[in-house]
Design a protein around this ligand. Sequence first.
Ligand code: SF4
Length: 203
Amino acid sequence: MLWVVPLMRGGRRLKEYYLFKDYVTPWDVKQYVYCPMIPWIIHHLGVSEPATESMEEGSVGVEYKEEIAKKLGLPRPWRFEVELIDDELGVRGKIDIIAGSRSLVIVEVKRYYRRRIEHFQAQLLVYALLANKLIGPVRKALLVVGDKVRELIVDKDLLAYAYKLVEKTWNSILDEKPPLVNQVSGKCSTCWYRRYCLRVLLD
Ligand code: SF4
């Protein structure tokens, strides 16, 4: 994909940088935090990892999310799979659970436990940023990974951090040059994007 608009930093709204007025998603941000090369490859080479059996097994439906909402004793009302689009940020995403009315709790649900969760937390924080901007103040963000729950108290610093991540993801995707990466070998050895990554780095 050819990007013809150079990114201009500071002051202007993020979406104005993007010629086709498209969006990044919290999923893109998650990938960026895991490895900045992944969203760059997806957007520049137009390839994306096909869903594997384990990915499909790990996906959860509304019934499962309802069970989680009950188990966590979330405040009502509950809303599931809420799609939000923010034109100003140029971000769109679907939030697993939004609970409460005045002060919101948002939840991202993964069926299975994961050892590395930093990137999932980043995804969750971008959901919090979206909900906080478009629905109402978000008090808490919960990441459910299997039977473990990570709780984040959402404050202005975390929201600013989420905004920064969105900005960095946009910047990286829009850059003609691939990002510099120095990943731990454990990530690269199992990475589906490795074949493209090696090609990009050798170019
Ligand atoms: S192979 Fe390593 S550096 Fe390349 S995209 Fe995958 S995790 Fe990132």
